[in-house]
Ligand binder design. Sequence first.
Ligand code: HEC
Ligand code: HEC
Length: 461
Amino acid sequence: MIKKWTSIGLLAVLVICVAATIDLNNLVDYEAQAVPNYIQRDNSAANFPSNEKSVLGRILFYDKKLSLNNTIACASCHQQQFAFSDTAHTSVGFDGGLTDRHSMRLVNARFGQNERFFWDERAATLEDQTTEPIQNAVEMGFSGQNGQPDLDSLIRKMYTISYYPTLFEFVYGDTIITEQRIQTAISSFIRNLHSFDSKFDVGLAQAPNLNAPFPNYTADENAGKNLFLQPPGQGGAGCQACHRAPEFDIDPNIQNNGVIAVANDPNAVDLTNFRAPTLRDCFNPQGILNGPLMHNGNFQTMLGVIQHYNSIEDVNPQLDQHLKGPNNTGQNLGLTNAQMLQIVAFLKTLSGNQMYTNPDYSNPFDANGNIVVIPSTAGLGEVWLNQMNFYPNPFVNQITFELATHQAQLDVFDLAGKRIHSALVGKKGTIATATWKSGAYLVRIQDTKTKMVYQTKIIKP
Ligand code: HEC
Ligand code: HEC
């Protein structure tokens, strides 16, 4: 009998598995994503981006409730359609203020040597980076300064959001929410945003090595590749010294590239920007830029960027050595316009498709910002099924239970740990649940005779 009811329960779960539902029994398999063998650089050693952490990280990344007035998520400024960046020159924060710099693409963040993040590398790790926007007074508003609440206040808010205790318990073994747990989860999701399906990847797999002409490239694309890879002394443009193929990650030991104007203050200079995201996916698959380029967003075209490198006139004290010519002048590459366009053509081959279309990277919330998280039944084992059954589960106005024992103490807790129902019960009965909020609940029964305790989760969508 009990077996039959279990399958009815499963059926109900399947029926509500529409959009905006995350089923913790059926996780996205981010870990199965293939990484080409020529990709060697990886900064995930201290925080393996598991499927469990990533399912939580994805929800955090897209959740507007992480901003002070519930209007802005990470994804507001890091949009999938633009390779997780923003087309705005600088981005708009929760209260209408503008960010100091241009937003950065979050592409292959895992596959780089540089452990530090942000244009100026002020975050020591990706983990440290992920809670900075939440605590930024302009971006998400939990700064703890000038009357804004702090991160602890956000954490208290998260305990009241039905799905977070369920998710944190699933990932970390208990419902406790900490900054560090938020960080490891969000950075896991970001590290799972992969882009390895570009024309460049197809070509590299077909060619004997990086320097050989790629059979799938046009003549211009191959010429642009050579210019990118070769140093200026050998007729190249020297880009590879800092943006290193095949990852196209930034060398962690370089200084600035001569782009020193400040985004929202034309009279100020900023010499501190030593990092760029990978040069993959600067363009979308249609060949359109995913927003302006550089920390100040002042470059509207890729040709403009190459023209900057072609002739660097202003030598600032932090200009990187690679960009200097003889006698401490700025480099003058002497590229022709045709050569500069060849480099642009090559950079367009670094974009894939799946970055923009992969549903596992997309917003898990519905249009109203709602989501249903179906708790995991793993770890509960067969025991409880033999001892008790609840149906239907998920439930709406009432739930029926059947116990293997003749008498037990039955308690129901919400995921903040508050007891919302308590009764001494017999073998079978129903609980009225019409007034319960939607969310997951923990049911605990204690057999009066044996004193054994059994528990399970039930869910109201
Ligand atoms: C209001 C817009 C905005 C919001 C919201 C926002 N970001 Fe950003 N993000 C930016 C800007 C602008 C930068 C570059 C800032 C800088 O370097 O000073 C950036 C940089 C980053 C970087 C660095 C990438 C690199 O390669 O160094 C990461 C990672 C990142 N954001 C993740 C997040 C996460 C996670 C959230 C949510 C918790 C978030 N962002 C929320 C605008 C935003
Ligand atoms: C000395 C190291 C160095 C060299 C050489 C170099 N770059 Fe850069 N590049 C950087 C740094 C640092 C940044 C980020 C600087 C900023 O925004 O202020 C950057 C930014 C960029 C960006 C903007 C990326 C974005 O997400 O907005 C592009 C595109 C780019 N470089 C292309 C090139 C090309 C093409 C070459 C060769 C012609 C080249 N770079 C040579 C260091 C270098």
